[in-house]
Design a protein around this ligand. Structure first.
Ligand code: FAD
Length: 532
């Protein structure tokens, strides 16, 4: 077994782990991050895409609202390339009473969430598809955030400060020397070998899996409740602004414009197992109905894809054990020295993707205190590498760069027409992810995320990987079929109308011309790839 040595091991490569490893490395510690799959493949890749203004929580969780409001401004600065500054509206539709709205400004002010009321005429001018019988509207600072860009930005920043990042490494053991943690063993799921990382501190950022990870150090009973929610992406930006229904937090009360699509969500139900989330068709219908309340005709738009994620909620004794909708969204750090007598181990859960940087600051501050070290957090003051020279993300930037490019479109082929992915972009990403699945590539450059859901680009991308010599023909078969299988998970729950016709065409291409169901496959030697 290969053994390496470091100061701090961070477990989990979601937004929290990425923020934490960045903070640890920026404070001058040697750091290693281990993630069982790809970066941001857990909850942080299966969320709603909202950079919260805090408005959603002013009544239900004012402390989280304040944290979101403060971090919103910081994330827009340090992760500029991942955030679109769409702004947001809280709207009282003709289906809602005005009781909640009457206290909106007062509660927002108390939680320090910037908000102001605008006229219904102004709201309808900005968003003409809104319910024409709208009663009231409040403007807030919501944004749209690309979780993968944000998380990878933090990872690259950490790497620039010397951190080592191991993806597809699943932690199987946390070793102790007496009462203190001393090493972590992770299984390399691709090579089938073990990596042992000796360390003096372990930071457990395992999201909804944090309880399972703590148990590896014999710290049992850490109750992280998976609050599952589904979301549906619609084919176009039916709104340019984030739309929130001005009611107590409820199912399907937010629509977020995201790149060329918009996303309606979400539900909130306790899941038994965060690795076995489902997308029930009645919940899809519930989302479409909820969309209709804000945007009449929403149901007639074309759904592209559905997915589910599980919030890592800390069990809240104020509400019933399965009432995840009303559990607090705040972050918690569990000190296992105080709780279980195990030194050198902290667990963090709760919080939001929006507050990822603050979560990191909190847990690393506690770690420094326990180590007796005084090292200042600097993550709010320095942009991540890709963001430092970029303005906030703008929709249409790919088209703009292709139009202004001297090489594209004449020399650089478009591989994915829906998302304007060029061959150059694809190959650059393949270079960065040597053994990557097409889903790993998708998370970086949105390959196959548009209307055809990989119907045309998947075989082109597979062909390019094969032509480059990255994979042999059996591996090419596996690459293609794994990607299509994963796309299908989010397609079957929304098969109606135009997307059903699209799926029939895709199926004809893949089954009719390539007979994908019967392509020979290599012997499987890795854990099953999962994805949305
Ligand atoms: C439906 C839904 C909608 C949401 N919408 C929003 C939103 O719009 N805005 C917002 O700010 N927040 C939103 N959130 C909340 C936000 O997504 C989460 O709070 C955040 O992504 C959690 O990040 P995390 O890093 O803590 O967990 P995760 O992203 O789940 O990361 C944990 C990681 O640990 C890894 N792991 C697990 N076990 C092991 C192991 N044994 N070894 C190594 N690695 C392991 C997992 O693979 C995973 O990648 C939403 C959440 C849900 C569920």
């Amino acid at each position: 077994m290969k053994t390496i040595n470091t100061d701090v091991v961070v477990i989990g490569g979601g937004s929290t782990g990425a923020g934490v490893v960045r903070d640890v490395a920026m404070r001058g510690f040697r750091a290693v991050l281990v993630e069982r799959y790809d970066i941001a493949q857990g909850t942080s890749g299966r969320f709603h895409g909202l950079l919260h203004s805090g408005g959603r929580y002013i009544a239900s969780d004012p402390e989280s609202a304040t944290e979101c409001a403060e971090e919103n401004l910081i994330v827009k600065k340090i992760n500029a390339n991942a955030v679109e500054d769409t702004g947001g509206l809280f709207v009282v539709t003709s289906h809602d009473d005005e009781e909640y709205a009457d206290k909106f400004l007062e509660r927002a002010a108390a939680a320090k969430v910037p908000a102001q009321e605008i006229s219904v005429a102004e709201a309808l001018k900005r968003e003409p598809r809104l319910d024409p019988k709208l009663k009231r509207a409040f403007e807030v600072l919501d944004g749209s955030v690309d979780g993968w860009q944000m998380v990878w930005g933090a990872i690259r920043s950490a790497q620039a400060y010397g951190a080592q990042v191991f993806t597809y490494h699943k932690v199987t053991t946390i070793e102790r020397a007496g009462d203190a943690v001393c090493a972590v063993v992770a299984r390399d799921l691709r090579a089938g070998t073990d990596l042992r990382v000796e360390c003096s501190f372990v930071l457990n950022c395992g999201g909804p899996w944090a309880g399972q990870i703590a148990a590896l150090a014999h710290c049992h009973g850490v109750e992280v409740v998976p609050g599952a929610g589904i979301m549906v992406a619609m084919n176009s930006r039916l709104t340019q602004t984030v739309l929130n229904r001005c009611v107590w937090p409820a199912d399907g009360d937010i629509i977020v414009p995201d790149h060329p699509v918009c996303i309606i969500g979400t539900t909130d139900l306790k899941a038994e197992d965060p690795d076995a989330l489902t997308i029930p068709s009645d919940q899809v219908q519930q989302m479409l109905d909820a969309g209709e309340a804000m945007i009449p005709g929403f149901r007639k738009a074309r759904p592209l894809h559905a997915w589910a994620g599980a919030r890592p909620l800390i069990k809240d004794s104020r509400v019933a054990a399965n009432d995840t909708r009303h559990m607090a969204r705040g972050m918690s750090v569990i000190d296992h020295k105080a709780r279980d007598g195990v030194a050198g181990l902290l667990t963090i859960a709760g919080g939001k993707l929006t507050t990822y940087r603050l979560m990191a600051e909190r847990i690393v501050d506690i770690m420094c205190e326990e180590m007796g070290e005084k090292r200042q957090c600097r993550t709010a003051d320095e942009a991540v590498p890709a963001a430092s020279d970029r303005r906030l993300y703008t929709i249409g930037h790919r088209l703009e760069s292709i139009e202004h490019s001297t090489t594209t479109p004449h020399h650089d082929h478009i591989i994915c027409e829906c998302e304007l992915v060029t061959r150059g972009m694809l190959e650059n990403t393949m270079d960065l992810l040597p053994k990557g699945q097409l889903d790993d590539v998708r998370r970086q450059i949105r390959l196959g995320m548009g209307p055809c859901q990989g119907g045309f680009c998947s075989q082109r991308a597979t062909g390019i990987a094969h032509e480059r010599g990255d994979i042999d023909s059996l591996q090419a078969n596996e690459l293609l079929t794994t990607f299509l299988k994963n796309r299908w998970i989010g397609l079957w729950p929304i098969l109606y109308g135009k997307q059903l016709r699209q799926s029939a065409l895709d199926n004809w291409i893949h089954e009719g011309t390539l007979d994908v169901a019967h392509l020979p496959q290599p012997a499987l030697d890795t854990d099953k790839e999962e994805g949305q």
